[in-house]
Design a protein around this ligand. Structure first.
Ligand SMILES: C[S@@+](CC[C@H](N)C(=O)[O-])C[C@H]1O[C@@H](n2cnc3c(N)ncnc32)[C@H](O)[C@@H]1O
Ligand SMILES: Nc1nc2[nH]cc(C(=O)O)c2c(=O)[nH]1
Ligand code: SF4
Ligand SMILES: [Mg+2]
Length: 213
């Protein structure tokens, strides 16, 4: 199976419990909850997406014929030195990465020395071997992947309140203010929610405040 990738680039993880960690981002094309066309946003299941995941025209993007080709492209995008304290890290995102990321690709990335993280909407099962699973549930989309390392809920979503997810098997629960015209208001509401419910932590999208990608 070929892998269709929008872009591959080196930056810092901007969100969640791994915030600040250097990582190669591999953004897979396509999502099952939106076509990615602005003209169809209002009809989408997920309407608040902040990402262009259409096509293969980003930096390092393309069509990779095999898992080994994909892993080699990711490895050549790592710009850090190597150190025994921490492995190179790749964040597989999208679009929805679990429409494409399979065990072969995870194995090939491990063979290149990477720890493999994923950012997923939780509607697909995960391949074996992932080192970090971040699930970000979307109202109106069935949650299939109900365990992982962190659950990062974009807040607020009227039909997906935090209480729905508290008993699932995640080590960390995070609220991430919904970006868009109401970002300031959503941030204030997320702060209030975390203060009242300390099992939840605030996740800010730090790359947007620092101007990195
Ligand atoms: C673009 S998505 C790609 C991965 C996957 N499809 C998902 O939704 O988790 C990456 C992360 O950005 C979050 N996100 C998308 N749009 C957002 C927005 N407008 N405000 C805050 N977070 C957003 C998602 O919930 C997810 O945690
Ligand atoms: N720096 C940075 N961190 C991120 N964490 C999750 C992202 C994503 O789009 O999945 C993202 C992103 O787009 N940029
Ligand atoms: S599920 Fe993720 S990639 Fe798909 S539209 Fe929503 S935020 Fe964007
Ligand atoms: Mg992003």
């Amino acid at each position: 199976m070929a892998y269709i990738v929008k872009e591959i680039y080196y930056t810092l993880q901007g969100e969640g419990m791994q915030v600040g960690r250097p990582a190669v981002f591999c953004r897979f094309s396509r999502c099952n909850l939106w076509t990615g066309k602005e003209s169809q946003r209002a009809q989408a299941i997920c309407q608040f997406c902040d990402t262009d995941f259409v096509g293969t025209d980003g930096p390092g993007g393309g069509r990779f014929a095999s898992a080994i080709d994909l892993a080699s492209a990711i490895a050549s995008s790592w710009e850090g030195s190597s150190h025994t304290r921490s492995k190179p890290y790749v964040v597989c995102t999208g679009g929805e990465p679990l429409l494409q990321l399979d065990e072969r690709a995870v194995d090939a990335l491990h063979d290149q020395g990477f720890a493999v993280g994923v950012e997923t909407n939780g509607t697909q099962p995960a391949p074996r071997g992932l080192d970090w699973i971040c699930v970000s549930p979307k109202a109106g989309a069935p949650l299939v992947l109900d365990r992982g390392d962190e659950l990062k809920l974009v807040y607020p979503q009227a039909l997906a309140p935090p209480e729905l997810f508290e008993e699932l098997q995640f080590d960390h629960l995070l609220l991430q203010p919904m970006d868009g015209p109401k970002r300031a208001e959503n941030t204030a509401r997320a702060i209030d929610y975390c203060l009242a419910h300390p099992q939840w932590r605030l996740s800010l999208q730090t790359h947007k405040y620092t101007g990195i990608r």
